[in-house]
Design a protein around this ligand. Structure first.
Ligand code: CMC
Length: 427
């Protein structure tokens, strides 16, 4: 392999090094491009741009591979729990018993949220979308934890990290409880991390909380599958906001907003609404397939297609099996699952989808499981955010420890050239 690329421009030749990752991905290092040639690059949507070197998540979209810190997503989903995966993503190695116990204990010590935060939540109408509420509350946490902003040492970083891992689930639970008109509670430190989240979300005031292992296992698996996905829209947002040294919670709040959109994490809500609409419309999947293919119709088959996966999304494969298992174990017969499977079958045989390499993504089946777990549709993207939290944290920490410069892309200006100001009465 050549270790450089030569660019010829205006009669001059310039060499740029080729860097190679541990999985043999190659990239042209253009750090000196502008200073050497005067040129910049243009790449809308960053389809060809590597924004950083990262040792966290490896993804091969052609082969349908996803690994966290070298471990396959299939193995992690089967054998690990969410807190172990969070530790792995953030600190690079799977924790031993002692490390995991300390991590969990440090998180538990931070599991209170200032009571004043309830007043902020109170100010939102019940109809507010939970993602907007969650993003706002995450930002509001800064006011009550100012020391989490200036992180000049790894120890400061650690404290900011355990704080948010402790408080974020409380905010998620409060967001749901507010929607349902339930009292705002705190967690139960005697429970596991995910079980505690479930209890905080669903405990009813007059009933004893009973945990259902099938539900907790399903939740664990979903959170693990969402935990990181390298430089996607929300993660790039977290890194770029963090690159200004704005602080972890502010960076996460921005990431939550980025995740909200229907082309990103918001797709899980959009998928379920689409499946419900198809059901309400008589279950005619062919009609919706035709709409998805019609270029004059803005409708897209939500939960299909991916910027990077052009073979299959390995998370979707795991979630599809899990959806069957969970519904079966809970004795739920959901007609929406049959519609989803019908749509998938048709799409996988349709030249429009085959030619464009459009396969079901992580969001296609996840909503069906969330629904079976009693999570309201508007909360689906919040669940995605809960799962993605460790990934965002890991990426933010890596960016800060690597001392990455502030993110500041360039542009190619295509507006007006210099022109004289015209007084208002002469325009
Ligand atoms: N339904 C119908 N056509 C589609 C779809 C779809 N879901 N997705 C892509 N296409 C078509 C698109 O119209 C285009 O066709 P043409 O080449 O004729 O113009 C072609 O496929 C390529 O699409 P693109 O929009 O250029 O691809 P992209 O890489 O910019 O977008 C995507 C990727 C995920 C935004 C897009 O596939 C999409 O909008 N999917 C539906 C929303 C969705 O499920 N998002 C969740 C993504 S996975 C979870 C996450 O990580 O956030």
């Amino acid at each position: 392999m050549s270790d450089k690329v030569t660019l010829e421009f205006n009669g001059n030749k310039y060499d740029f090094p080729v860097v190679e990752g541990t999985e043999k991905e190659q990239a042209i290092d253009i750090k000196t491009l502008r200073s050497a040639t005067g040129l910049t690059t243009i790449d809308p949507g960053f389809k060809n741009t590597g924004s950083c070197e990262s040792a966290i998540t490896f993804l091969d979209g052609e082969k349908g591979i996803l690994r966290y810190r070298g471990y396959s997503i299939e193995e992690l989903a089967e054998k690990a729990d969410f807190l172990e995966v969070a530790y792995l993503l953030i600190f690079g190695e799977l924790p031993n018993d002692e490390q995991l116990a300390k991590f969990h204990s440090d998180i538990k010590k931070e599991s209170h949220v200032d009571e004043e935060m309830k007043k902020i939540l109170d100010g939102f109408p019940k109809s507010a979308h939970p993602m907007g509420v969650l993003s706002s509350l995450t930002n509001a946490l800064i006011a009550f934890n100012p020391s989490s902003v200036n992180v000049s040492s790894e120890s400061d970083m650690y404290h900011a990290i355990v704080r948010i891992l402790a408080k974020f689930p409380v905010l998620v639970a409060w967001t749901l409880r507010k929607k349902k008109g339930l009292p705002l509670d705190y967690g139960d430190d005697s429970l596991g991390y995910v079980e505690n989240i479930h209890k905080m979300m669903f405990k009813r005031p007059s009933e004893e909380y009973k945990c259902n292992k099938i539900v907790i296992d399903a939740l664990d698996k979903l959170l693990i599958l969402h935990a990181d996905h390298e430089q996607n829209c929300s993660t790039s947002t977290v890194r770029i906001v963090g690159s200004s040294h704005a602080g972890l919670f502010a960076s996460l709040s921005a990431g939550i907003s980025a995740l909200w959109g229907p082309l990103h994490g918001g797709a899980n809500q959009a998928v379920l609404e689409m499946l419900e609409a198809i059901e309400a419309d008589g279950g005619d999947t062919k009609k919706y397939m035709a709409k998805a293919k019609d270029k004059n119709d803005p409708f897209r088959l939500m939960g299909f297609g991916h910027r990077v996966y052009k073979n299959f999304d390995p998370r979707a494969k795991i979630i599809k099996v899990a959806a069957d298992e969970v519904l079966n174990d809970l004795g739920i017969d959901d007609p929406i699952l049959a519609i989803a499977k019908g749509l998938e079958k048709e799409a996988l045989e349709d030249p429009y989808f085959v030619d464009r390499k459009l396969y079901p993504n992580v969001d296609f089946y996840s909503g069906i499981i969330y629904r079976a777990l009693g999570i309201p549709t508007e909360m689906f993207t919040v669940m995605f955010a809960l799962g993605r939290l460790p990934g965002w944290i890991a990426q933010w920490r890596e960016m800060r420890l690597n001392g990455e410069p502030i993110g500041r892309p360039r542009q190619v200006y295509v507006g007006e050239n210099l022109r004289p100001f015209v007084e208002v009465n002469k325009r």
